[in-house]
Design a protein around this ligand. Structure first.
Ligand code: NIG
Length: 313
């Protein structure tokens, strides 16, 4: 029976599939031979999902009775999957340009952080900003990402630290998920820094006793959707024990573990991530050989962020 579809991309010179046999991702030598179809077409259904990909003549035959809201002639063109940005902190207020002068004068990222700058500076400005202001700048940042080809972006909270501002950030992320044409994976990062006046252990207790139960409740009511939990596991920020407690509690309410580890100091964060069943660990400049081996066998993704090593140093 004939049906309606959203889009037919016809006769592309190439369609890059990346994976040929339903793998979630490729690793090592397999990355050298991406699956590419020559002279192919692609059908997108009304739900936005790809319904068929194949040789142009076979697709034409298979869908000859069907209708499309739009058809695009892709002769001479290449169809690529959208880019996935796996680590962003895109909801924030305030500028930290003045910190570059401190860095040029020799201060490290952690010197500035410990003096109340860095993340803490952004936390102050983000607490003061209205939800509307945060949404407006976030929307512009997402627009830039979309123009550069990103179709799925992981978005972290983490410039609130207190429950009120963390929820404000997560509502902003939720609104973008509803209103904008980009996929969003939302990450609660309330343990991005230890709030003033608390120890790491006290901050972990607050997150476990107050933040996570509220996230669970709001998720159940459908008010926000949070996919992942993150902690900045770092010397002088969250130690291994507090990180473990927070991540495990997040996992217990159904969040996937995706956290900052082994960035500035070796912390054995990779080993911890594997023990807890993390989906991904970011940064990893100081990861141990054992941590790399453990992540490889657990198929835990490493999110490498080479430019932060220059920007944050
Ligand atoms: N390393 C910690 N977190 C961020 C930077 C946050 C900030 O400095 O505002 C990162 O992933 O790069």
């Amino acid at each position: 029976m004939a049906g309606g579809h959203r889009l037919l991309l016809e006769n592309a010179r190439q369609v890059v599939l990346v994976c040929a046999r339903g793998e979630r991702f490729l690793t090592r030598d397999a990355l050298r031979s991406l699956e590419v179809l020559e002279g192919a077409s692609l059908v997108v259904g009304t739900d936005g999902f790809i319904k068929a990909i194949g040789p142009a003549d076979a697709i034409q035959k298979q869908f000859s009775e069907e209708t499309f809201e739009e058809r695009i002639d892709c002769s001479g063109k290449c169809i690529l999957p959208g880019l996935v940005d796996a680590h962003t902190h895109p909801v924030w207020a305030g500028e930290r340009v003045h910190e570059f002068a401190m860095k040029l004068a020799g201060a490290t990222y952690m010197d500035i952080h410990q003096a109340g700058g860095g993340i803490n500076f952004t936390v102050e400005r983000t607490r003061q900003a209205s939800e509307e202001e945060l949404y407006s700048s976030f929307q512009q940042r997402l627009g830039c990402m979309m123009r550069a080809g990103t179709t799925l972006v992981e978005c972290k909270s983490g410039y609130g630290l207190n429950l009120e501002t963390e929820l404000k950030m997560l509502r902003v992320i939720e609104r973008a998920r509803q209103e904008l044409d980009i996929g969003i994976s939302a990450t609660y990062c309330g343990a991005h820094s230890v709030p003033k006046g608390k120890t790491a252990s006290e901050a972990a207790d607050d997150i476990i006793k107050n933040h996570l139960p509220r996230l669970k409740e709001l998720g159940r009511n459908g008010e926000i959707h949070v996919d992942n939990i993150d902690v900045f596991c770092e010397k002088g920020v969250f130690d291994l024990d507090s990180t473990r407690r927070i991540l495990q509690s997040g996992k217990d309410i159904g969040l996937q573990i995706n956290f900052h580890g082994d960035e500035l100091h070796p912390m054995k964060a990779a080993e911890l991530g594997v023990e807890l069943g993390a989906q991904a660990i970011s940064h990893l400049e100081e990861v141990s050989d054992e941590g790399i081996a453990a992540m490889a066998s657990a198929r835990c993704s490493a999110v490498l962020l080479p430019t932060t090593a220059y920007m944050l140093r």
